[in-house]
Write a protein that binds this ligand. Structure first.
Ligand code: FES
Ligand code: FES
Length: 176
C-alpha cells in the first residue's frame, strides 16, 4: 500500500491505496464519489472524466498515486452548495442528455474546453469533446448546450465554478 494525500472537491484526504489502483476506482470505491462513472474498459468513452490540477483527464487512465499531492474536481464538486455550474444548467435547459450516463464526463470535458476556448465554434465544440462518447443524443443538443453555456459565461464575465445558479434545478445535472 502507498499513502496518498489528495484534495477532492475541496476536501483533503489521506488514504492508503494499492499502487495499481486507478483514480476512478479510488474516487468511487474509497471516497464514494459515484457521480464519476465508468463506461468502458478501453479508455475510450470519457464517462470517467474529472479535472486533475485543473485539466480534464480520464480518471480510468490515471493511477490514484499519480494524484498524490494534487487537486481533483469531480462532477460532484463542480458546483458547491447544491447549485448548478453554467454548463450543468445549459445541459439541463438544452436537453443535452438522454440516459445521462455520459453526462458527468461530458460536462467535465466541456468545462475544460470552455476554459481554453470561451467562444468555440460548432466544430471546435465537437473537436473539444471528441474524447467523450454519447450513444443517445446524436450530440446536437450537447453542442448547443456547450455553446449556450459559453455565451452565459462570457456574458457573466469571469465565471468561476462556484458561481452557480442555485435555483435552476432540484438535482445536480450530470451527477448519477
Ligand atoms: S471509463 Fe474511462 S474512458 Fe471509459
Ligand atoms: S445521454 Fe446516454 S450516453 Fe449520452
Amino acid at each position: 500500500m502507498t499513502q496518498i494525500n489528495v484534495r477532492v472537491d475541496g476536501v483533503t484526504y489521506t488514504d492508503d491505496v494499492e499502487p495499481r489502483t486507478l483514480l476512478v476506482h479510488y474516487l468511487r470505491e474509497q471516497l464514494g464519489k459515484v457521480g464519476t462513472v465508468i463506461g468502458c474498459d478501453t479508455s475510450n468513452c470519457g464517462a470517467c472524466t474529472v479535472h486533475l490540477d485543473g485539466a480534464a483527464v480520464k480518471s480510468c487512465t490515471v493511477l490514484a498515486v499519480q494524484a498524490d499531492g494534487g487537486e481533483v474536481t469531480t462532477i460532484e464538486g463542480l458546483a458547491p452548495n447544491g447549485g448548478l455550474h453554467p454548463v450543468q444548467k445549459a445541459f439541463h435547459e438544452m436537453h443535452g442528455l438522454q440516459c445521462g450516463y455520459c453526462t458527468p464526463g461530458m460536462i467535465m470535458a466541456s468545462v475544460d474546453l470552455l476554459k481554453e476556448n470561451p467562444d468555440p465554434s460548432d466544430t471546435e465544440v465537437r473537436e473539444g469533446i471528441e474524447g467523450n462518447l454519447c450513444r443517445c443524443t446524436g450530440y446536437q443538443n450537447i453542442v448547443r448546450a456547450v455553446q449556450q453555456a459559453a455565451g452565459e459565461m462570457r456574458g457573466a464575465g469571469s465565471v468561476s465554478p462556484a458561481e452557480v445558479d442555485t435555483a435552476a434545478a432540484p438535482h445536480v445535472v450530470g451527477q448519477a
